[in-house]
Design a protein around this ligand. Structure first.
Ligand SMILES: Nc1ncnc2c1ncn2[C@@H]1O[C@H](COP(=O)(O)OP(=O)(O)OP(=O)(O)O)[C@@H](O)[C@H]1O
Length: 319
């Protein structure tokens, strides 16, 4: 399990203002391979100070590896990562970066209060403990030992540790995993308040709706490459938002592919599935042109469907 890179005494002065005019994050030609696996494969990305950016991508897309290089936990094989114009480890050491990693280790046999107090002592200019506790909504389980925390409560403690140094950049790897809907809503409300002074946020998520609701910009990774970058509405307009399914008998797949707004059609398990960007117009044409279609259903596309649509034209190997 990766250690928290926020551990270590920060030496920087309070960081109320963005420290430089450089981008908050600059990645140029970033590569990282594990054996024959190209985890990150030539990534270029610039994120301006003050942006809230969601990183989406299917399992193994390279999101965590990218996060690790931005936070200095992993070195790139080739290319460059800078945070506010500094090498990542320097930016972390200077207290500019708060990180919340997926399943980041928490001290065992210690209460939430112990962990907070211990970590608080390591920062030069932290938020007050009271502010951290309030922002992360930890007051009701301060005396709970870390191993007794629920998944969502542990995430709130990790969030508290990420904001403690009062960082200018927050990097969050799937921050709301394990939180129920209400807690998730409260988490984002607290986060929005915290970052309202111009802080930058980069968060990885598997939830398209979360990216849509919380981010100014969405970047989509697949096989270690950037395959889409834009506002939530731009990204959504490029992905199928519905799947129309029906019994496979009495319909012709080739003809169905020609229906309006259909991106892809496939037959599996006795049913035909049409991915469409406009289920209303697809359905109207389907009923009019294919009276033999039966047992029709419309379902929201999963995020996997969205990724399939975006990655559809991506070649396996560009080299
Ligand atoms: N330490 C490692 N050793 C070997 N392979 C690794 C290592 N870390 C990542 N990989 C591989 O690199 C690829 C990218 O992994 P990464 O964890 O960055 O993807 P991800 O987008 O974060 O995935 P997920 O959504 O499942 O967390 C995967 O094929 C993964 O198996």
């Amino acid at each position: 399990m990766a250690p928290s890179p926020t551990i270590g005494r920060s030496t920087a002065p309070p960081t109320d203002q963005p420290p430089t005019t450089s981008p908050a994050i600059l990645l140029e030609g970033l590569h990282k391979a594990y054996g024959s696996v190209r985890a990150v494969d030539g990534l270029d990305l610039a994120i301006a100070a003050g942006e809230i950016v969601a990183v989406l991508g299917p399992n193994g897309a390279g999101k965590s590896t990218t996060t690790e290089m931005i936070t200095g936990l992993t070195d790139p094989d080739r290319g460059r990562a800078e945070v506010f114009g500094r090498p990542p480890r320097t930016a972390v050491r200077d207290g500019l970066v708060g990180v919340m990693l997926q399943g980041g280790a928490l001290l065992h046999e210690a209460t939430v209060k112990d962990v907070l107090a211990l970590m608080h002592g390591l920062h030069a200019h932290p938020l007050t403990l009271d502010e951290v506790i309030e922002r992360a909504d930890l007051s009701t389980f301060l005396k709970t030992k870390t191993e007794k925390l629920s998944g969502g409560q542990a995430q709130r403690l990790r969030y508290a540790l990420a904001i403690m140094a009062d960082p200018q950049l927050l990097i969050l790897d799937e921050p709301t995993v394990g939180m129920d809907v209400e807690i998730r809503r409260a988490f984002w409300a607290s986060m929005r308040e915290f970052i309202s002074g111009g802080r930058t946020v980069l968060f990885a998520t598997h939830y398209l709706d979360e990216a849509d609701a919380e981010a100014d910009r969405i970047v989509v990774l697949a096989r270690g490459r950037l395959i889409a970058d834009g506002t939530p509405s731009t990204i959504k307009s490029r992905v199928a938002d519905r799947t129309v399914t029906m019994a496979a008998h009495g319909v012709d797949l080739t003809e169905l592919r020609r229906l309006p707004a259909v991106i892809a059609a496939e037959s599996t398990g006795g049913r035909v599935m049409l991915r469409t960007t406009d289920s209303d117009s697809t359905l109207r044409a389907l009923v009019a042109e294919h009276p033999g279609a039966t047992d029709i259903e419309i379902v929201s596309a999963s995020l996997e469907d969205a990724f399939l649509t975006l990655t559809h034209d991506q070649p396996e190997d560009l080299t």
